[in-house]
Structure formats: structure tokens, C-alpha cells
Design a protein around this ligand. Structure first.
Ligand code: SAH
Length: 281
């Protein structure tokens, strides 16, 4: 078996929809870099079908009013080159003051907090700006207040939950609606040999109790939809870290949070694309 690596220069507003659409074509994994979305498919799907599917997804985006004028290209990777090519893409990344994200085949770095993440199929390898920003905030937030309970909504690979556990939080809960993400998160937690991290399938509504820190790296529509539940699950004085919003969407998200009694504490712009806010109660 071989693989096709597609590079799609998708505009930020379309990237998430495109990612979920390409799942229907059997994508094996994806990440984002400065060129755009990099998505892998097994070659048995057939290159003609893949190109045809992408044009079909372009029409779906257009019909939904999302930007659809993107270019793409692809390369074929043979089975033999696959491991090397995949591994090369996942070099260790240093984040914040002392965090390193490392794939399982690399050695942990001395003197740094290593988050071992198998890129697998779920979102959250640290190659995305918003994940890195969340990690930096978690590193900083845990200096500010007690590290008792941490909630990660949309845990993906489990990277933020794993970071919280390594930063000393006592009890960590991660949830994700995608069963593949739940599996990946559980595997990564085992790779990091962590206790005290519980991963559940579902959204914030499957959680209970209150948390010192809540992290939610999700699209703005979802953040708005769960604003009231975030408010209920946050301890007074706690911090909710909301990321994944495209610049311009933060006012709407903040309006939804303020309606639930949450107040803006910090706002962080990542280049020209993403914004992260910290709210408190
Ligand atoms: N926390 C990781 C992954 C973020 S990607 C990181 O910061 O890198 C967003 C994840 O949220 C995906 O895995 C997706 O399946 C999940 N998700 C989307 N909507 C959700 C919802 N309403 N509740 C819980 N998880 C959700």
C-alpha cells in the first residue's frame, strides 16, 4: 500500500469543514502547516476519486457560503518511504518555557516536561497554532492558582489534558464527541504513564462538578453553544481558556460568555488568524 499526501491551501474559515469532509474519503490523518492543510489518504481510494471528491467538497463549501477558491496538489508516498516521511513531519516541538511535545519514537528531552503524543489520527499534535497557544496558557495558568481539577473539552489526542496532568493538576477530565479521539487520547495517556486522567466520549454535558481550569479549543459556534455549561462547570475565580476562534469571531463568543456571567481576563492574538481568550467567573 502507498499513500497520497494532499496539500490544500484552504482558507482558515473552510479548513475545519474540509477536514471533516475529507474524512468521508478515508483520510488517515491531517495537520496544518504554513502551506495549508496536509491530509493523507491510502492509495487504494484512487487518485481520480480523491480529486473528484475534493471538487465535490469545494462545491459543498461554496453552497454553504464558505471560501472555496483554494488550490491543492498531491504527492505519492510509497509504503517504504511512509514511515520516514511521517516521522520527519513529527519532529519534537518546544512550547512555552519548559514543555516539549515529542512523538513516541523520540527520547524525552532532559530538563523539559515531555508530552508524548502519537500523532495517530486525532487532532492535537501541537503542529497547530491554537494547540500551542493553549499549552502556553496552561503552563502559565497553573502558576496562578490551585491545580486541583482540570477539564478539557474536545480533547483530541489528549494533549491539553496530558499537559495539565504533567503540570501537577490532581484530577483531569477530557471529553470528545469523536470515538477515535477518545481512543487516541487514552493511548497517549498510557504512553505518558499518567494516573488521574479520565477520558469520556461526549460533550461537556457528560461532566460533573466544578473545575479550576477549563480548556476548550473548539470552533466559535460550539463555544457559543456550550457557554452556559462552561459557566456552570467553572469554579468562582477559575479560568476558562477558549481557543479555536478565527479573528473577528471573538466578540460574538465573548457576548455569549458575558451573558452567562463570565468576564474577559485576557485576549491573545496568534498572528493574523486565531484568537484565544481567557474568561473567569
Ligand atoms: N484539544 C486538542 C484538540 C482540539 S480539536 C487541541 O487543543 O489540540 C477539537 C476536538 O473537539 C476534536 O477532536 C473534535 O472531535 C472535538 N469536538 C468537536 N465538537 C465537540 C463538542 N461539542 N464536545 C466535545 N468535543 C468536541
Amino acid at each position: 500500500m502507498g499513500y497520497y499526501e494532499f496539500t490544500i491551501e484552504a482558507p482558515a474559515e473552510s479548513a475545519d469543514s474540509l477536514l471533516s469532509l475529507t474524512g468521508d474519503s478515508g483520510s488517515l490523518g491531517a495537520f496544518e502547516n504554513e502551506k495549508g492543510l496536509i491530509i493523507y489518504f491510502p492509495d487504494h481510494v484512487g487518485i481520480e476519486k480523491l480529486c473528484h471528491d475534493i471538487e465535490r467538497y469545494r462545491n459543498i463549501l461554496k453552497d454553504s457560503g464558505l471560501p472555496s477558491d483554494f488550490a491543492y496538489n498531491y504527492t505519492y508516498i510509497s509504503e517504504r518511504d511512509w514511515n520516514e516521511s511521517w516521522k520527519k513531519k513529527f519532529q519534537p516541538i518546544d512550547v512555552g518555557e519548559r514543555i516539549s511535545i515529542i512523538p513516541p519514537w523520540e527520547k524525552p528531552k532532559n530538563g523539559r516536561v515531555s508530552l508524548i503524543i502519537d500523532p495517530g489520527m486525532a487532532f492535537g499534535t501541537g503542529h497547530h497554532d491554537t494547540t500551542r497557544t493553549c499549552l502556553e496558557h496552561i503552563e502559565r495558568l497553573c502558576k496562578e492558582r490551585s491545580r486541583d481539577r482540570f477539564l478539557d473539552i474536545g480533547t483530541g489526542t489528549g494533549i491539553l489534558a496530558i499537559c495539565a496532568a504533567k503540570m501537577g493538576f490532581r484530577e483531569i477530565v477530557g471529553v470528545d464527541i469523536d470515538p477515535l479521539a477518545v481512543d487516541a487520547a487514552q493511548r497517549n495517556i498510557a504512553l505518558n504513564d499518567l494516573a488521574g486522567v479520565q477520558i469520556m466520549e461526549g460533550t461537556i454535558s457528560v461532566t460533573s462538578g466544578v473545575y479550576d481550569v477549563i480548556a476548550a479549543n473548539l470552533l466559535s459556534e460550539i463555544l457559543i453553544a456550550i457557554a452556559s455549561e462552561i459557566a456552570v462547570r467553572l469554579k468562582p475565580g477559575g479560568s476558562a481558556l477558549l481557543s479555536g476562534m478565527i479573528i473577528g469571531q471573538e466578540e460574538e463568543v465573548m457576548a455569549a460568555m458575558e451573558k452567562e456571567g463570565l468576564k474577559l481576563k485576557e485576549r491573545h492574538y496568534d498572528g493574523v488568524r486565531w484568537v484565544t481568550v481567557v474568561v473567569t467567573r
